[in-house]
Design a protein around this ligand. Structure first.
Ligand code: UDP
Ligand code: MG
Length: 326
């Protein structure tokens, strides 16, 4: 036990190694340049490092590019997932392979500025923070619909779980003990940003401006984003389920009032009209039930997936230290 605690409270020195984890999907055209840029900064600031490049089942030349990087550079480990599992799963794979004293997670498209890395490392090494996270000063170029949906999503998360995610990003540096704590979380469907906020620890936030993508285009369609949002909200909170109960109570109170009125009309001999009311009630009740079933369904699906307990990702190939290891 003592050995474990000692290993968790390791020293933070200039020799401490940084693992840079990059989830990569269809970024073959510029991945080598991105790595070179990040590496130059690390070398310039004398930060010992390793790269964990996770190819999330790309169909372009991403894998051949990162394999050649891993073969010529002993600091690079390249991992290929057996298919496209999504960024969250790719991140999990990266965190599992990382061996450094601290782990930095960033996007492969250089939207997270590499120039900030020395500052993040300094906050970890000299100021003793366990989590140093990049906070978006501005959200970069996004269209109106995207921005409105994102705002709505963060608002719901904040209202239901009291966690501010609005300006947070996946650009984070985590201490080894935070990574070990993360690995203790058993859920299959992960939401890195939210789950790492849940972990706590001493945190520092550093602002950055989201750069433009170097090349290629974003992989987040509105459909994928909606799925991510539904997953994130239902992972966090059961408030939507309680909303259904609340809706039921409100409708019950309404039905008492309407019931009394209906009976009154009947006994006073004026009960012929009311067709419109019946139709409106039918429509309202019908749609409420369907939405409620849908919400319950989302939770049920989540439980179903968690119960199946399938692995978060599958690795098909891996090159570490210049050699194929798996
Ligand atoms: N990504 C991934 N798997 C996916 C989609 C994206 O590993 O299925 C990676 C992608 O290569 C990039 C990061 O996740 O490094 C962020 O993706 P993207 O730039 O498309 O998202 P955005 O910056 O638009 O939110
Ligand atoms: Mg991006």
């Amino acid at each position: 036990m003592e050995a474990i605690i000692n290993s968790l409270n390791h020293n933070r020195t200039a020799e401490s190694r940084l693992s840079v984890v990059l989830p990569i999907y269809q970024e073959g055209s510029h991945i080598k340049n991105s790595i070179r840029m990040i590496e130059n900064i690390l070398v310039e600031h004398h930060i010992p490092y390793e790269f964990i490049l996770v190819d999330d089942g790309s169909t372009d030349n991403t894998w051949s590019e990162i394999v050649s990087l891993a073969k010529e550079n002993k600091h690079v480990t390249s991992v290929r997932l057996s298919r496209n599992f999504g960024k969250e799963a790719a991140l999990c794979a990266g965190l599992d392979y990382a061996q450094g004293d601290m782990v930095l997670v960033m996007d492969a498209d250089l939207q997270h500025p590499p120039a900030l890395i020395p500052q993040l490392v300094k906050a970890w090494r000299e100021e003793g923070y366990d989590v140093v996270e990049g906070i978006k000063n501005s959200r970069g170029k996004e269209n109106f619909i995207y921005r409105t949906c994102a705002k709505f999503f963060y608002y719901i998360i904040y209202k239901t779980s009291d966690i501010h995610l609005g300006k947070t990003s996946d650009f984070k540096l985590l201490d080894r003990k935070v990574i070990e704590a993360w690995k203790e979380m058993p859920e299959r469907a992960t939401f890195f940003r939210g789950m790492s906020a849940w972990l706590g620890y001493d945190r520092k936030q550093i602002g950055f401006d989201v750069a433009e993508r170097v090349n290629g285009k974003t992989k987040w369609s509105l459909f994928r984003l909606t799925r991510l949002a539904a997953n994130a909200i239902t992972s966090y909170t059961s408030v939507p389920l309680h909303c259904i109960t609340l809706l039921g109570i409100i409708m019950f109170l309404g039905s008492i009032i309407l019931g009394v009125q209906t009976l009154f009309m009947k006994f006073s001999g004026k009960s012929t009209s009311g067709f419109t009311t019946v139709i409106l009630l039918q429509l309202f009740i019908g749609s409420s039930i369907m939405v409620s079933l849908g919400i319950i369904g989302i939770y049920l699906t989540k439980i179903y997936k968690e119960v199946k307990a399938r692995p978060r990702y599958l690795v098909s190939k891996c090159v570490r230290g210049g050699e194929t290891k798996c």
